[in-house]
Structures are given as C-alpha cells and as structure tokens.
Ligand binder design. Structure first.
Ligand SMILES: [Zn+2]
Length: 100
C-alpha cells in the first residue's frame, strides 16, 4: 500500500514537471512570436505615411505618425516603447532558453 502511494506521488510530480516544462516552452514560443509581430508592426509603421494613424510596435496603441522617424508612441522616460522594443532582443530569449 505504501509503495503504491509513493508511486502515485512520483507520477504526480512527474506530471507536474511535464506541465511546467510545457508552460515554459509555451511562454518562450509566445515571446518569439511577439518579437516577430513587433518587427512586423515596426515595418508597417515605417512604411506608413506621415500624418496617418499607426499602431505602436511595442504596445499596439494607436497614434498619429508625426515625422518620418516617428515609429513608437513614446520614446521618453523609463520603460518607454522604443526602449522596450530594443530590450526584447533574440539573445535574451536564447539565454532564458538555456536556463529553462
Ligand atoms: Zn507604445
């Protein structure tokens, strides 16, 4: 009886570990597609005409493109959209994958 409880416990822990691993993989995948989406959105903003409504590549907020270089809704202050965009770089994802 005791052995069976141990086995059950082990099986549960194994299942939990598997669940956690799947979760990590899902999150990494999400990061990757987000990064890809961000670059796609940045390309869209870059090719948009000045004076048109565009979507911020980082936060998806809509804003009017004021100048040719205006590609993010904010580029001032801490954690602004321009910095956040550049902080999400492939090597960061690679590193988090190595620790996963
Ligand atoms: Zn933004």
């Amino acid at each position: 009886m005791g052995d069976m409880a141990d086995e059950l416990q082990e099986a549960m822990e194994c299942r939990d570990a598997k669940k956690r691993l799947l979760q990590t993989i899902r999150e990494l995948g999400k990061n990757e597609s987000t990064q890809e989406d961000m670059h796609r959105r940045l390309a869209a903003v870059k090719s948009a005409q000045v004076g048109t409504r565009v979507k911020c590549p980082t936060c998806k907020k809509r804003f009017t493109k004021k100048t040719y270089q205006h590609t993010f809704c904010s580029r001032k202050g801490r954690n602004n959209c321009k910095d956040r965009f550049h902080n999400i770089q492939p090597h960061r994802i690679e590193r988090s994958r190595a620790y996963a």
